[in-house]
Design a protein around this ligand. Structure first.
Ligand SMILES: [Zn+2]
Length: 142
């Protein structure tokens, strides 16, 4: 079965064969590795595009530079993202820049990590978690 994945480098849609693990997988447009799964910093417009397009769960960390727990969790979120290439797509949104008040995503406390699947939010947690806890949480939805 093939799934639609958004290339984190050029944002083009790729159709990728769904596997348990991948040895190599490159974007058909820009040729960069789709296994490069470091969290991508995006704005709300690009987040909406990922949510509407990707057939992988979209995991989003809403954070801000002044937020201590957000900064503490950042390397853990990155570790989790790097551990799960092509299982989920990991994004970060700077909540100070994001103007979520103009969107249908309601963020009260940060860090807030949301998971979107089939175009809608299906779960979230708030407060810092370890990479192990994040991976375990995301695995419920892959
Ligand atoms: Zn690409």
């Amino acid at each position: 079965m093939n799934i639609k994945v958004v290339c984190p480098h050029c944002l083009e849609v790729n159709s990728v064969e769904q596997k348990v693990s991948y040895f190599t997988e490159h974007c058909k447009v820009c040729d960069a590795s789709l296994l490069e799964s470091k969290p991508l910093n995006v704005n709300l417009a690009i987040l909406d595009y990922f949510i509407a397009t990707s057939e992988l769960p979209v995991i989003v960390d809403f954070w801000a530079p002044w937020c201590g727990p957000c900064v503490t969790m950042a390397p853990h979120f990155e570790t989790a993202a790097l551990a799960m290439p092509l299982q989920a797509q990991f994004l970060k949104v700077n909540n100070d820049d994001a103007q979520t008040q103009n969107s249908n995503i309601i963020i009260v406390n940060i860090p807030a990590v949301l998971v979107f699947k089939d175009g809608k939010e299906i779960d979230r947690f708030t407060g810092a978690r370890s990479s192990k806890q994040i991976i375990k949480w995301v695995q419920q939805y892959v």
